[in-house]
Structures are given as structure tokens and as C-alpha cells.
Design a protein around this ligand. Structure first.
Ligand SMILES: Nc1ncnc2c1ncn2[C@@H]1O[C@H](COP(=O)(O)OP(=O)(O)OP(=O)(O)O)[C@@H](O)[C@H]1O
Ligand SMILES: [Mg+2]
Length: 232
């Protein structure tokens, strides 16, 4: 399998504090990779480094074998990256359709009707995003990140605040998009969600890569249980 994203010894400091330290990670095309870890582990900072919101103090980022650490966010997005940040970035005062039209900035794009159906938003085209339920707001946010048929999509906590059923449906939506050649890197806390769709899991702890493996390897690792699940 071809590598789509590779970071080498990526480091980000805020003043004297190192939030991400020497993180090397390699993701194959076609994966649904989860990045998990306790609060403050550096997951969102890592995302922001890869998408270009922060510049690293050290290290390299290769996307499709090309160095991108000096590119601006919009240049990375043009190369085929999509992102959903931890805080929802839908425009509350715009309708669902208006939000989607704004995000449609690449030549490629999914058929809007199909996308709205997949995300159960087909009856809410004219609803203001701010009036959507929390779950549908999250789905709209994921739809915005995937609309332009990116090759690699980052989702930071896509199921935060969702019910069990909504989480399961989110997993099905992501799997379907993954079958259409979208690679995902997802930050998540919900282990049922991880079990449902992850192809591989990377565990960050105190800014460093702590463990990497299959879902079952991660679940059975004592160290991970200690730091992440709080069980010894
Ligand atoms: N802009 C910033 N300035 C200073 N410190 C920051 C900044 N962003 C993050 N940090 C710190 O870096 C560490 C990692 O934060 P980050 O948001 O990456 O963690 P996280 O793994 O995403 O946590 P959570 O699970 O709570 O979302 C934290 O200690 C945080 O306070
Ligand atoms: Mg975070």
C-alpha cells in the first residue's frame, strides 16, 4: 500500500512547553487511522501541524511523498486534504445548503443530493445550521470536510456529544466514504467507535507516540490501559 502521509520527528513547542515531541507516524492510503490519547496528549496540536495551522519547531511532513511543512493551509487543502476541527466550524447563520456551497472550492465534488442523503440532511437544506440538532451539526461539519472529494480527511472528535446510535451511524458514513477512496485520520475517545471502524490505532501520550497497533493490540496493551483507560 502507498503511504499517503508521513511525519518524521515532528515537534511543536509553545514557549517552554513541548506539546508534540518527535512524533513519527506513517499512514497508508485507504486506512481509517485513529489517534487516541488522554486529554492534553497533543492530538489536536498534531492535527494542526499537519493541516498547517501551526508550524513545527522541528520535523518534516510528507504528503504523497512531497514535503508540505512549508505550505499554507489552503495550499495543503488544494492538494487534497480535508479537515474537521474539534470545535464545529459550520456557519450557524447560514443554511445547510449555503454552508455546503461555501465549502465547495475544489473542482471535484460529491453529488450534493447523495451527500445530503448519506448524512440524513436531505430534509434540512434550508435549515439554518445553528438550528440543527447537535448530531446533525457534527454531520454537516464532516460533510463540509469531505464534500470536495479529498484524498485524506482529518476528523477531530467527530462523535463528541453524539448518542450511541448517532455514533454508529457516523461510523457507517465514514466507512462508506472510505470505500470511495478517502483515507481518514480520526481523533476519538469513544472505544466502541474505534472498534467499529479503525484499521490501526496510534496512541499519543504527553506529546509523544506511545503505542501503535491494531485495535485488539491497543486494547490489550497494559501501558495503554494505564495511561489512557485509567485501569492498571
Ligand atoms: N496554542 C497553544 N498555546 C499554548 N499551549 C497549547 C496551545 N495549544 C495546545 N496547548 C497545550 O498543548 C497540550 C496539548 O494540547 P492538545 O489540544 O493538542 O491536546 P489534545 O490531545 O487534543 O487534548 P483533548 O483530548 O483535550 O482535546 C495541552 O497541554 C495544551 O494546553
Ligand atoms: Mg483535542
Amino acid at each position: 500500500m502507498a503511504t499517503i502521509l508521513e511525519t518524521k520527528l515532528l515537534t511543536k513547542k509553545f514557549g517552554g512547553f513541548t506539546a508534540v515531541e518527535d512524533v513519527s507516524l506513517s499512514v497508508d492510503q485507504g486506512e481509517i487511522r485513529f489517534v487516541i490519547g488522554p486529554n492534553g496528549a497533543g492530538k489536536s496540536t498534531f492535527f494542526k501541524l499537519v493541516i498547517g495551522f501551526h508550524s513545527p519547531n522541528n520535523g518534516t511532513i510528507l504528503y504523497k511523498n512531497k514535503n508540505i511543512e512549508n505550505l499554507k493551509t489552503h495550499e495543503r487543502i488544494k492538494l487534497g486534504m480535508g479537515v474537521k476541527f474539534q470545535a464545529p466550524s459550520v456557519f450557524s447563520e447560514l443554511t445547510v445548503m449555503e454552508n455546503l456551497s461555501l465549502a465547495n472550492n475544489r473542482e471535484k465534488s460529491f453529488n450534493l443530493d447523495n451527500l445530503l442523503n448519506d448524512f440524513s440532511l436531505e430534509n434540512e437544506r434550508k435549515t439554518l445550521a445553528g438550528d440543527l440538532s447537535h448530531g446533525k451539526k457534527q454531520w454537516l461539519d464532516i460533510a463540509l470536510a469531505t464534500l470536495s472529494k479529498p484524498d485524506l480527511v482529518f476528523l477531530d472528535e467527530p462523535t463528541a456529544g453524539l448518542s450511541f446510535e448517532e455514533t454508529e451511524k457516523t461510523g457507517k458514513i465514514i466507512k462508506k466514504l472510505n470505500e470511495q477512496d478517502i483515507t481518514f485520520i480520526i481523533v476519538g475517545h469513544d472505544m466502541d467507535f474505534v472498534k467499529q471502524i479503525a484499521t490501526k490505532v496510534s496512541v499519543l501520550h504527553l506529546g509523544k507516540m506511545f503505542f501503535e497497533g491494531s485495535v485488539s493490540e491497543v486494547l490489550s496493551d497494559k501501558g495503554v490501559n494505564n495511561i489512557y483507560l485509567g485501569v492498571s
